[in-house]
Design a protein around this ligand. Structure first.
Ligand code: NAI
Ligand code: MG
Length: 342
């Protein structure tokens, strides 16, 4: 038998655990179909932090990095930790420490009958830019640095170009190089170089403010969109709104240069949603679709497609949690999806 794939499970805080509970049976389903996988559950999150003072210990991080193949992640953030320190240390440490440069956020079919397929795949740089956590607060003045490095920019753009080329789709770089001359100037230089290397891709840059306007007016006019960390965050949440809201949008982050054994992290786009946590209202669709992205990353294409079809089938049949105007609770929605698995 093959070496099993080892997937670390980090439910996190708030609705993270509630939506994770609907993803875990999908792993069991893949295993029952003969996929060789094991899971390792890690208690990272606010409860663990408040009880022990520990966020992500060096030993846990090392074990994840060198002993696991991928991570399935819920969400972090808890009102009992108002400065969000534990969330920042856990999630940013994972993204940065594992060099998960590429954050892939597919934005395709909206709810059945709600509009045409958006056909957008956002490639967001995931480890640096304005989210590098470097800055100062002084009396009357505050500074947040944005650091962009050529290796990360190049990795992100190469992944976006490869994806656009494989699908025969246009690629747009969102930037503000007109004002952010240094950081986004670097993005433009690398982008123009890769444009020359990929003559088959219809690629162009667009000022991010104009791009957001066009996304609302002509949402189907795009294909692949590449952006830095900050702009990619904003653009992908706007796209999530078109799909039906935060509860339905999936994401996968990976390290294309494969520096460590653990090279991917799947998580829904949404956060821990403290406003609805503990009420069984969370929509598990984003989490389940993130699990499908993880299956595809592992090369389990038929399981990925089956899971995506099961979600589409459940939605087409009218299964809806409250955020989508329905009445199902989290577990019933999860079951409605799994009932459609082969
Ligand atoms: P959020 O995504 O948690 O919530 C935004 C809105 O979307 C809320 O109205 C919420 O009820 C709704 N929502 C989110 N997930 C949903 C789901 N599965 N089903 C139905 N509705 C859902 O973002 P917010 O409120 O800005 O942040 C809350 C906490 O989450 C904060 O502590 C924040 O730092 C953290 N956060 C964590 C992220 C992560 O772990 N990757 C990402 C974004 C925020
Ligand atoms: Mg966001």
């Amino acid at each position: 038998m093959d070496n099993p794939v080892l997937i670390a499970i980090i439910p996190g805080d708030g609705v993270g655990g509630e939506v994770m509970a609907e993803a875990l049976p999908c792993l069991d389903w893949a295993r029952n179909r003969g996929r060789s996988l094991r899971t390792r559950h890690l208690p990272c999150g606010a409860d663990h932090f408040l009880a022990t003072g520990e966020t992500l210990s060096e030993a846990t991080f090392t074990e994840l990095r060198d002993g696991c193949d991928a991570i399935l992640f819920g969400a972090v953030g808890d009102p009992r930790v108002p400065d969000g320190r534990h969330a920042e240390e856990i999630l940013l440490r994972l993204r940065q420490g594992l060099e998960l440069t590429v954050n892939f956020r597919p934005c395709h079919a909206p709810l059945p009958g709600a509009g045409p397929d958006l056909g957008i795949d956002v490639f967001r740089e995931n480890t640096e830019g304005a989210y590098c956590l470097q800055g100062t607060t002084e009396p009357g003045r505050a500074v947040d640095l944005a650091i962009h490095t050529e290796p990360a920019v190049r990795r992100l753009l190469q992944a976006a170009f490869r994806h656009a080329a494989a699908g025969g789709r246009p690629l747009t770089l969102a930037h503000k190089a007109n004002v952010l001359k240094h950081g986004h100037g670097l993005w433009m230089r690398v982008f123009e170089e890769l444009c020359r290397d990929h003559p088959s891709v219809a690629a162009g840059g667009m000022h991010a403010d104009a791009l957001l306007c066009a996304l609302v007016q002509k949402p189907t006019a795009f294909g692949v969109i590449a952006a830095d960390n900050y702009l990619g965050d904003l653009i992908s949440d706007l796209c999530a709104a078109y799909l039906g809201g935060m509860g339905v949008a999936p994401s996968l982050s990976w390290a294309p240069h494969h520096p460590f054994r653990c090279s991917a992290l799947a998580e829904p786009v949404h956060g821990s949603a403290p406003d609805i946590a503990g009420k069984h209202l969370a929509n598990p669709v984003g989490m389940v679709l993130s699990t499908a992205l993880l299956f595809r990353h592992l090369g389990w294409e038929s399981e990925a497609t089956s899971l995506e079809s099961a979600v589409a089938g459940a939605l087409a049949a009218g299964a809806r949690t409250r955020d989508l105007g329905g009445t199902l609770d989290t577990a019933t929605m999860g079951k409605a999806i799994r009932d459609r698995l082969p």
